[in-house]
Write a protein that binds this ligand. Structure first.
Ligand SMILES: [Zn+2]
Length: 245
């Protein structure tokens, strides 16, 4: 860890008592985390707690379950342990929804893609061709802003991506709901992000060590939480402990 790194706390799908304990002493992390990112399917009061503890703005994409209607308290309790979002707040989430937007920070740019692959039409779900359209629009925005730096003389700015669904063939599963989008690979081919964070794959036996690479992009399943540091040279460290990044 050094001052030149970009330090990220990324969360998705499952609320973590361990992370909540860490943030009970917010002074230990305050000022040290540059980006708080949610990859979806988390309750808004949990996300509020994280943003308040770190005193930074939340950047997020919604998960496929984020449009569920409010459920009874007993149902909320029942579903919370499976990481299913109990309800979608009428006023929306706190923070900045980065779906399809390009957010430029001091040291990086970040964009996002919400939802999952279509499987039953409930919640935020997309057909491959719909996601491909979102991917093409976002690639165009990135090229227009010269973030990739081929035209701009400015130093190239690292690009990060946060999606709910995975990239097809990387950490995804065979069923329709949990299969990743193949167009995400097209996005990587055209924009070469340094880091891709996703959620949605949250079987406990599968979430260990889900850190992979596609071309020069490091892909991390952040499900329930991960601390990630990115050095200016593009070196990436991922851990459940901030001290180890
Ligand atoms: Zn999901």
């Amino acid at each position: 860890m050094n001052a030149e790194n970009i330090n990220i706390l990324a969360v998705s799908d499952i609320e973590s008592p361990t992370l909540q304990n860490i943030l009970q002493k917010p002074s230990e992390l305050r000022g040290k985390i540059d980006l708080l990112i949610s990859c979806g399917d988390l309750r808004h009061d949990y996300l509020n707690f994280l943003a308040d503890a770190l005193n930074i703005e939340l950047l997020y994409v919604l998960g496929n379950h984020d449009l569920y209607q409010k459920r009874s308290a007993s149902q909320q309790h029942k579903t919370a342990s499976y990481g299913i979002t109990p309800f979608y707040p009428k006023k929306g989430f706190p923070g900045n929804n980065i779906n399809g937007k390009i957010i430029q920070c001091d040291k990086c740019a970040i964009t996002g893609f919400e939802g999952s692959r279509w499987y039953n039409g409930q919640g935020i779900q997309y057909y491959e061709k719909e996601m491909l359209s979102a991917v093409r629009k976002t690639v165009k925005k990135i090229h227009l802003r010269k973030i990739i730096g081929k035209i701009s003389r400015r130093k190239r700015m690292p690009l990060f991506v946060a999606s709910h669904a995975p990239v097809q063939g990387i950490h995804d599963l065979d069923d329709q709901c949990h299969r990743g989008f193949s167009c995400f690979k097209k996005f990587i081919d055209k924009t070469q992000p340094v880091l891709w964070m996703h959620g949605h794959i949250h079987q406990p036996s599968l979430i260990k060590n889900q850190i992979s690479a596609y071309k020069n992009t490091v892909i991390v399943n952040v499900c329930e939480y991960r601390f990630i540091s990115v050095s200016m040279a593009g070196k990436i460290k991922v851990s459940h402990q901030f001290q180890k990044i």
